[in-house]
Design a protein around this ligand. Structure first.
Ligand code: ADP
Ligand code: MG
Length: 225
């Protein structure tokens, strides 16, 4: 699933006094079955670019093509459908809901897809087994350890079996041991055929052996190295 960006820009609050050109004329191809890292100082536009790739919102201008489909012209509901089927998100701080159980957190992305409760339990069960958290199935996510939380976030990103995984500064709140574990887990996912795009300025991430390409960003623009 090749991803191509052609002169993609995103301006927040366009035409207003607080206008921000967050991403400027980015042209980029992201290889299939590779791990790509967007690197740069805070505010350089990494999260905005990731959100565009992840179909969270449309760019202000430019074209995004995924597997030959041009996304920039799709109505929002198709964009949402594309996101649910093709993309798994791992957020900074993981956005795991503390009052829900581990299993309930993992199945959240499946709810709009209309699976039966039985199907949801099965899919979650396979992932909880794989990541060693099945004994935490019924625990509120607010009561599990940091390492377990991280595996819940990964399981949730995988539950819709997406070809593309996006992670926004996933190690920002992890110690070095958990950061390495997290990267090794992404490396396994890449080996299993996933395409992964992350943002980070953590050397443990950008220097990891499984990272194929680092793209430096500055002021909304990119420099491919
Ligand atoms: P990074 O992830 O590299 O820190 P961001 O993509 O979050 O960068 O932000 C890029 C620029 O866009 C920053 O100047 C930020 O303040 C601004 N920005 C981000 N989100 C919004 C928003 N929702 N509304 C207005 N400005 C925003
Ligand atoms: Mg960011």
């Amino acid at each position: 699933m090749l991803i191509e960006l052609d002169r993609v820009s995103k301006t927040y609050n366009q035409g207003l006094p607080n206008e921000v050109a967050a991403v400027r004329e980015v042209t980029l191809a992201i290889a299939d079955n590779a791990m790509t890292c967007l690197r740069g100082a805070s505010g350089c536009g990494k999260s905005t670019l990731l959100a565009i790739i992840g179909c969270v919102f449309q760019p202000t201008s430019g074209r995004v093509t995924v597997a030959g489909k041009q996304l920039a012209r799709l109505p929002d509901r198709f964009l949402a459908l594309h996101r649910r089927q093709y993309i798994g998100f791992i957020f900074q701080r993981f956005n795991v809901l503390p009052a829900l159980t581990v299993q309930e957190n993992i199945v959240l992305p499946l709810i709009p897809l209309g699976l039966t409760p039985q199907q949801m339990r099965e899919r979650a069960g396979i992932l909880m087994e794989r990541f060693g958290i099945v004994h935490r199935r019924a625990f509120p996510a607010g009561q599990i350890s940091g390492g377990e939380l991280q595996r819940v976030a990964i399981a949730r990103a995988l539950v819709n079996d997406p070809p593309l995984i996006l992670a926004d500064e996933p190690t920002a709140h992890l110690d070095s041991r958990l950061s390495n574990e997290f990267m090794d887990c992404l490396a396994e996912l890449k080996a299993a055929g996933k395409t992964i795009i992350l943002t980070s300025h953590d050397p443990l991430v950008t220097g990891h052996r499984a990272v194929d390409q680092v793209i430096d960003m500055q002021d909304g623009r990119i420099h491919v190295s």
